[in-house]
Design a protein around this ligand. Structure first.
Ligand code: CP
Ligand code: NVA
Length: 309
């Protein structure tokens, strides 16, 4: 049996493949109606999605993507399955492998994602963990490509929490040659091991000030200050407003970026915290395109996963 094509993290897939997936996502975006009419890559196939955390975009975009590819999607959660009564993730992965063709897991623990994938005979997609959110960053990359053309050498600023989405941005920068500048509060830096690899790659720099990250950037990217997996009592977030306040994306920070720069956010957003309403609802905001692009990249990811089995 072939090894299943898991989509777990951008730093585990090579840059050429990520480029091909973005190209394919672009085709799906351009020809949405035409490609929908063809027998799709998902014809007769089933996606089983297991959500241990809430979701709007990931859940809906994957379900619609699978439908438009000619397949179907099931949404499961812990309480509605025997996992709620203690059946292990490993056994659940083994069983889902006998029914479905591809699986997606959203969980607060990356270790659990690895465990699930390790026991799965079908491809597993990372639908977000505490450590990464690769499908989101693929949509962000498509958004940047649509706006500016090439990604290589383009400057992007990450400002705010050094969280799961930041980590996937760092992975993407290393794989695709994007020049990423990261500004996070000292207590909320991305993991040291990743930072050291990233800085060694020459594509990622850590800076102290949001304005230093934004200078010359084509995109300023941020995310919520209260991620689902974060525990305020242990993650240094107890006084989060004070810690994060200097990292809010406001119009003056956008003005420090390159002319024509866009604001990006994976959503859900909290106006008045990580971003002002003026910026997210203003003319430079690309957040609705990012959300739409989730649909197009999910198709490319599903197609790649399914083509391996
Ligand atoms: N951006 C994102 O993953 O959104 P959901 O949590 O709604 O899936
Ligand atoms: N960093 C956020 C992303 C939500 C899509 C979280 O993990 O909650």
């Amino acid at each position: 049996m072939n090894q299943p094509r898991h989509f777990l993290d951008l730093d585990r897939l090579n840059g050429a493949l990520l480029g091909r997936l973005l190209e394919r996502a672009s085709a799906y975006k351009r020809d949405r109606t035409a490609l929908r009419a063809e027998p799709g890559a998902g014809h007769g196939r089933t996606l089983a999605m297991l959500f241990e955390k809430p979701s709007t975009r990931t859940r809906v975009s994957f379900e619609v993507a699978m439908n438009e590819l000619g397949g179907r999607a099931l949404t499961l959660d812990r309480q509605g399955t025997q996992m709620g009564r203690g059946e292990s993730l490993a056994d659940t992965a083994r069983v889902l492998s006998r029914y479905a063709d591809v699986a997606l897991l959203r969980t607060g623990s990356h270790t659990q994602l690895e465990e699930f994938a390790g026991h799965s005979e079908i491809p597993v997609i990372n639908g977000l963990t505490d450590r990464s959110h690769p499908c989101q960053v693929m949509a962000d990359l498509l958004t940047l490509r649509d706006r500016f053309g090439s990604l290589e050498g383009r400057h992007v600023a990450w400002v705010g929490d050094g969280n799961n989405v930041a980590n996937s941005w760092i992975h993407a920068a290393m794989q695709l040659g994007v020049r990423l500048r990261v500004a996070c509060p000292p207590s909320r830096q991305p993991p040291a091991e990743l930072v050291s690899r990233a800085v060694d790659s020459g594509f990622v720099d850590l800076v102290d000030e949001p304005a230093a990250a934004a200078r010359g950037a084509s995109a300023v990217v941020t995310d919520t200050w209260k991620s689902m997996a974060a525990d305020p009592s242990v993650d240094g977030l107890a006084d989060q407003q004070a810690v994060f306040r200097p990292f809010q994306v406001d119009q003056s920070l956008m003005d420090a970026a390159a002319p024509g720069a866009v604001f990006m956010h994976c959503l859900p957003a909290y106006r008045g915290e990580e971003v002002t309403a003026e910026v997210i609802d203003g003319p430079d905001s690309a957040v609705w395109d990012e959300a739409e692009n989730r649909l197009h990249v999910q198709k490319a990811i599903l197609e790649w996963c399914l083509a391996g089995s």
